[in-house]
Ligand binder design. Structure first.
Ligand code: ADP
Length: 215
């Protein structure tokens, strides 16, 4: 959740009083504004909750130096992949390309993840389908495994990564989505990945819109 950070004129005044008189008690801030302490209480609560002011008992209020901009930037860095992941579209390696294309349309997805025995083995995007359709591949009897981008060449994200880290991978690798995976140890050195979600350009854009609308 993003806390609203639209400051009122009075809150801006409080910030500037604290900035130049810190540490300063609520009573003294109230005096400077010709208001009562009770009137200021909600404003001081908002300013401390948002991290702009810091309150130390028996000492008073301090200005933390955090601008609203650095506050937004901190909020972005706190957002986790686990809170934003969407439901992935998954097909088995044996799935015929034609059926995978139908699935992609029905699920309104741009990328389909491919698994074998429930573990991630590949990814197929719109361009992969188009490229092979144009190339004349028989879409009715070829499995997706033939055309997919394979492990270990798949760029992954995990639930505990930040949304910002995931978004940076999308940009760096020029791809539309990342599978959100959980690692499973099969043998001593063999790792496999379960697909538990997807982060794509829509997921990231939705977060940006919520941030902008202070939702
Ligand atoms: P589109 O084909 O719709 O432009 P992408 O840009 O995501 O979609 O895909 C471009 C290429 O990158 C495709 O060949 C696809 O298989 C591959 N690809 C897609 N997602 C990933 C990923 N997470 N890791 C590695 N390769 C990917």
């Amino acid at each position: 959740m993003v806390i609203s950070i639209q400051l009122t004129e009075r809150q801006e005044k409080i910030i500037s009083i604290v900035k130049y008189n810190q540490p300063i008690t609520a009573e003294n801030i109230a005096k400077q504004l010709n208001l009562t302490r009770a009137t200021l209480r909600p404003d001081l609560a908002i300013l401390t909750m948002s991290g702009i002011l810091d309150a130390r008992p028996k000492v008073g209020y301090f200005y933390t130096g955090k601008t609203t901009f650095s506050f937004i930037s901190e909020k972005i860095k706190e957002e986790k992949v686990s809170d934003r992941k969407a439901i992935p579209v998954i097909v088995d390696e044996e799935t015929i390309i034609y059926d995978a294309i139908v699935t992609m349309f029905l699920e309104d997805a741009g990328t389909v993840y491919v698994t074998a025995n429930g573990y991630l083995t590949g990814v197929v995007s719109r361009k992969d389908f188009l490229k092979n359709a144009i190339g004349g591949l028989n879409l009715h009897n070829t499995p997706v495994a033939v055309i997919m981008t394979r492990m270990p060449n798949i760029v992954l994200t995990t639930p505990d990564e930040t949304l910002l880290e995931a978004a940076m991978k999308l940009i760096e690798h020029e791809i539309d989505s990342l599978p959100v995976v959980e690692e499973v140890i099969l043998d001593e050195d063999e790792k496999a990945y379960k697909v538990v979600g997807v982060i794509n350009k829509t997921t990231v854009t939705r977060f940006l819109v919520e941030l902008g609308n202070n939702e």
